[in-house]
Design a binder for this molecule. Structure first.
Ligand SMILES: [Zn+2]
Length: 318
């Protein structure tokens, strides 16, 4: 097949961008693929992969069960070795499959901040009290049967894969969803893989990040001017996804600011009205969901409010 210019290729795949296709391989450009993971009940994240001349780079390791879904799908397309697995961040649904990929010849790669986060939360792996891995293993057979493999190939500012045809840049723009969010950017095709620093739906877990920094980080990322954004969860989208995600957080902060000065014990009762207000905005309504209570409290404490009493909601990422 003749090689198509990038813009034409993107134009041809644009209809794909409108479809939510869970568990389907979606070709985004020549040699560049996206796979929307099944969130319920599997808890899987989205994946991407890029087929270079000598090897394949996979975006996100997923849970071990998610990695098992992806590997045969890559093998249907190429027999080139899968050499690198890029953890966009330290969360289990993005990094706990590292050992599986490693067993299949791949080295886990991440921004240095992802290792710092792992040291904070994966205490069991680093020789202290049981941490998140051990907690997840109680409820997930795939985790219980595997082991944690921390990334061993790290970058501070960027890491570049370039075979002359494709260029993949692993970048970092500051704190957002976590303190170690990596972004995978293909400048020629203008395709961006965001991990959970940008999602498409009610999946914004705010516990390990900073909402105000997140808004600034998204502003910096927008300067890349992507044509396609492949989020960490939810369907593939155009560049407007970065704006929508940012608008959600800005609106959340604005809503919470209006309550500053109130007794923290009264705040939980305000969440339904905040939810109703946020849902009125069509652009951000899809981001409003189960995490809202935790998101509102996080915004409140970031803005200087005292923690709420008796917030009976799990605060750790499973
Ligand atoms: Zn995450």
């Amino acid at each position: 097949m003749p090689h198509l210019p990038t813009v034409t290729s993107l134009f041809l795949v644009l209809p794909l961008l409108c479809l939510a296709e869970v568990n389907q391989v979606q070709k985004v450009a020549d040699d560049v693929y996206f796979h929307e993971g099944e969130i319920r009940p599997s808890g899987h994240c989205n994946n991407g992969w890029i087929i270079f001349e000598d090897y394949v780079v996979v975006i996100d390791a997923n849970f071990p069960s998610g990695a098992r879904v992806i590997l045969p799908k890559i093998r249907e397309l190429t027999d080139r070795p899968i050499r690198f697995t890029f953890d966009t961040h330290h969360h289990g649904d993005h990094a706990y499959g590292n050992y599986f990929w490693h067993q299949n010849g791949s080295t886990p790669v991440a921004h240095v901040g992802a290792i710092d986060e792992m040291k904070k939360y994966e205490t069991g792996h680093f020789g202290a009290a049981p941490g998140r891995w051990e907690e997840a293993a109680k409820g997930r057979k795939d985790v219980a049967e595997s082991k944690l493999k921390a990334p061993t190939l790290l970058y501070k500012t960027e890491m570049i894969f370039d075979d002359g045809k494709h260029r993949l840049e692993l970048l970092h723009f500051g704190t957002a969803h976590t303190h170690g969010d990596g972004w995978a950017w293909l400048p020629k095709e203008r395709i961006l893989f965001s991990g959970d620093a940008c999602v498409n739906g009610p999946y914004n877990y705010t516990g390990d990040g900073d909402i105000r920094d997140w808004i600034k980080t998204l502003e910096a990322v927008k300067k890349l001017q992507p044509k396609v954004v492949c989020p960490g969860h939810g369907p593939i989208s155009g560049p407007e996804l970065l704006d929508d995600q940012q608008a959600f957080f800005q609106s959340l902060l604005d809503e919470v600011k209006a309550h500053l000065g109130k007794d923290p014990s009264k705040m939980e009762a305000t969440v339904p009205s905040i939810m109703a207000n946020l849902k009125k905005n069509e652009r951000i309504a899809r981001y409003v969901g189960d995490f809202l209570m935790v998101q509102v409290e996080k915004a409140w404490t970031e803005l200087g409010g005292q923690p709420w009493p008796k917030l009976d909601i799990p605060k750790t990422k499973k």
